[in-house]
Design a protein around this ligand. Structure first.
Ligand code: NOJ
Length: 735
């Protein structure tokens, strides 16, 4: 009896045994034709409902190793059956999909999620997304997106986890753990994908797909760490990016793919190109034709080609002409088969055929994450939270009741009918008599004023105007960059019109990026920045507006005063002529007597509108009593830095305490601040907690002029802080 139970368990553990997997891969490889190998290296979108005869035939012949964003659950199950049962070697397909911030249950856009600074909750959300996606036969998601982005014009800033490498590393790794769970072979796990490797977020001018120029020091210090963290978290795949990096397309970049990823990091997972990124090396001016593009991608180490078909079409000739070593092809196929073995695809992993719905637990997590992601930017005279006994509320604006827009970019499987909008949630909360609704504008880009009169009327007859402004879904995301960051359409004019009613105004902004909205915020007593908050955004916003929850989100990207300040980010270098706080206007000196010749603008304050890390609460927090465990840190030793955070207000709430350092003198100049830790703490009124951070010399390392990681002795500043512009300071020396 005992033996009968022990046997399958032993068998299972041997299946996941790495050596056994390698043996099975070798056995399979030795039986594969070159055509079958190249098929494995090809990923297609071509599967449709119903699956056509030609595609069925191609699956039988092993023409495709993977499909992306294709078919229904039933189609996927049928295609998998054909691959396993009717192809010569029975090699399973792997189905990939863009499950970026939820599958059916849509969580806030990643930029919003990051504002929660809550790795556990973000991991839980990814776990739910994995469960839902795996439940419909997906085994691979193209997430997390861990590009560092410091330019809000870039539409894909919505998909990032913000501007900071430390935070992106922590949250990206949490997502990897969430998607992949304890074991990839578990039927509710999906393989994650660290993308876009690398430098994509530095697109010149914030224009998507544009070139990037990133010196190696900066690449290693800012753009690579989140990918290294994903690798350390066990991410199963990497995706190459579209951009040319320092003149070499990332998809043909032997330095980043071979030297860094494979040789330095010893990554044994699978690398997929982005969508037609292989053939895009031709317009880049890097490859002469498709064959050349295939060669460059293969030599760089791209295992699977997404959508374009240069591997399948040209690799045979490239091998025959000795331009590509057949061993490289075997290596690529090994990486692909390893993924399939790890996912249990060879070992009866279920391939569900039915559609699923969001469950209560998923919706609850989506609501909590939406609550934590919202950032309170302004709250004059404690206008928020709104008293439950308020008379009448006018709900105004194009984003109060716009389910699709509130889901944000990348929602292939989110359904509008599952979305709870702010209007619906507020109606439930206030009842029909205490709420009057005026959409005022058809959408966020609407320039007409036709709806203004009704909206102004609604405001006049209410005690409070609640304005839902921002950007609709299609204004952010891939290929959706903007040159202006203002509220689009006639929204600023609408706020002006509503202000004439003389009623208090609360603005809730739903957007995929940092916007500039000074007009609206000067007229509003309170501003909540809600990003695109997803399926449960409505109840989450209603909870915050009425004080059932306290805001705790903190910005993970700097908000500029105007687009002209971009790029603007907290972790910048100092100049030789830093301006004094508040310094503005025309310098009084001249080149001979350079008075006021500082690094600033004539026409706008040089500081941001809201700094990285910023976010208010309904209570007040005080930081004090910074102490260090010693005045010096020695190599091999540790230094602890602690400070007290006290809730001095009247409500219980969470606070995200942040820990920053500055290396005061170094052989390569270091940023004015760099994030090195954070803690989310919950404090009751009057309660005080000590937050503690530990530093080792490794945390102080940087890349020197030779791009080598070094530490240099000297003085360091530290802050424990509510945001990147404030905090209680201290100092120590590294010996
Ligand atoms: C292109 C995007 O850049 C990438 O993020 C996405 O995963 C693929 N398309 C697949 O849809």
């Amino acid at each position: 009896m005992i033996l009968r139970i022990a046997l399958p368990l032993a068998l299972m553990s041997s299946l996941v045994n790495a050596q056994d997997v390698e043996r099975r891969i070798d056995a399979l490889l030795s039986r594969m034709t070159l055509e079958e190998k190249l098929g494995q290296m090809s990923q297609s979108t071509s599967m449709r409902t119903p699956i056509s005869e030609p595609i069925r035939d191609e699956i039988r012949k092993g023409r495709w190793g993977s499909f992306l964003n294709a078919g229904s659950p039933a189609d996927r199950a049928e295609a998998q059956r054909i691959a396993l049962k009717e192809s010569r070697l029975g090699i399973p397909l792997v189905f990939g999909r863009d499950v970026i911030h939820g599958y059916h249950t849509i969580f806030p856009i990643p930029l919003g999620q990051s504002a929660s600074w809550d790795p556990e909750l973000i991991r839980d959300a990814a776990r739910i997304a994995a469960r839902e996606a795996a439940g419909e036969g997906i085994q691979w998601t193209f997430a997390p997106m861990i590009d560092i982005a410091r330019d809000p014009r870039w539409g894909r800033v919505a998909e990032t986890l913000g501007e900071d490498p430390y935070l992106t590393s922590a949250l990206g790794a949490a997502m990897v753990r969430g998607f992949q769970g304890g074991s990839l072979a578990s039927p509710d796990a999906v393989a994650a994908c660290a993308k876009h490797y690398v430098g994509y977020g530095a697109a010149e001018g914030g224009r998507d797909y544009n070139s990037t120029w990133i010196p190696e020091i900066l690449l290693r210090q800012v753009y690579l760490p989140s990918f290294r963290a994903a690798r350390d978290a066990g991410v199963a795949t990497f995706m190459t990016s579209f951009n040319a990096l320092n003149g070499v397309p990332a998809t043909g970049n032997r330095f980043t793919l071979r030297q860094v990823l494979r040789d330095e990091w010893k990554y044994d997972g699978m690398v997929v190109s982005d969508y037609t990124a292989v053939t895009e090396m031709i317009p880049h001016g890097y490859a002469a034709d498709n064959a050349d593009a295939a060669r460059e991608a293969a030599l760089a180490g791209v295992d699977m080609e997404m959508v374009s078909t240069t591997y399948f079409d040209h690799m045979k000739a490239l091998i025959q002409s000795k331009q590509v070593d057949a061993k490289l092809i075997d290596d690529a196929v090994r990486n692909i088969l390893r993924l399939k073995f790890r996912l249990g695809l060879f070992d009866n992993r279920p391939q569900p055929a039915a559609e699923t719905r969001p469950v209560a637990e998923a919706l609850d997590t989506a609501r909590r994450l939406a609550v934590e992601s919202v950032v309170l930017l302004k709250n004059e005279g404690n206008l928020l939270p709104i008293s439950a006994s308020i008379g009448k509320v006018a709900v105004i604006g194009p984003l109060a009741d716009s389910p699709t827009d509130q889901m944000g970019t990348w929602v292939m499987d989110g359904r509008a009918q599952d979305v709870q909008t702010p209007l619906a949630a507020l109606r439930r909360m206030l009842g029909p008599d205490r709420l009057v609704y005026a959409r005022a504008l058809r959408n966020s880009r609407d320039n007409t004023h036709d709806g203004f009169a009704a909206a102004a009327d609604a405001a006049r007859n209410a005690d409070l105007a609640l304005l839902f402004l921002g950007e609709e879904q299609i204004l952010s995301g891939e290929a959706h960059s903007r040159a202006f960051l203002t509220l689009p359409g006639a929204q600023e004019a609408l706020v002006e019109e509503i202000a004439k009613a003389g009623k208090p105004i609360v603005a809730v902004i739903l957007a995929g990026r940092p916007l500039t909205f000074q007009g609206a915020s000067s007229r509003a007593g309170a501003v909540l920045y809600a990003w695109h908050p997803g399926t449960m955004g409505g109840p989450a916003i209603a909870d915050l507006l009425f004080g059932r929850a306290a805001p705790s989100g903190k910005l993970t990207i700097t908000f500029p005063r105007t687009v002209g300040q971009v790029p603007i980010y907290y972790s910048h270098l100092n100049t030789g002529r830093p301006p004094s706080p508040g310094e503005l206007g025309i310098p009084m000196g001249n080149p001979v007597e350079p008075k006021g010749y500082t690094s600033k603008y004539l026409d706008v304050d040089f500081t941001p509108e809201y700094p990285f890390g910023y976010g208010l609460s309904y209570t007040a927090f005080e930081y004090s009593n910074l102490r260090l465990s010693g005045a010096t840190l020695r190599s091999g030793g540790t230094l602890t830095v602690s400070a007290d955070v006290a809730n001095t207000g009247t409500r219980e709430a969470d606070e995200v305490a942040q820990f920053y350092i500055r290396d005061l003198v170094a052989s390569v100049v270091q940023p004015v601040r760099a994030l090195k830790g954070f803690r989310r703490v919950h404090l009751k009124p009057g309660e005080k907690q000590t937050v503690q951070f530990t530093l080792t010399a490794n945390d102080l390392a940087f890349y020197n002029e030779q791009a080598k990681l070094v530490t240099e002795p000297g003085r360091f500043q530290v802050w424990v802080a509510p945001d990147s512009a404030r905090g209680v300071p201290g100092e120590f020396t590294l010996e």
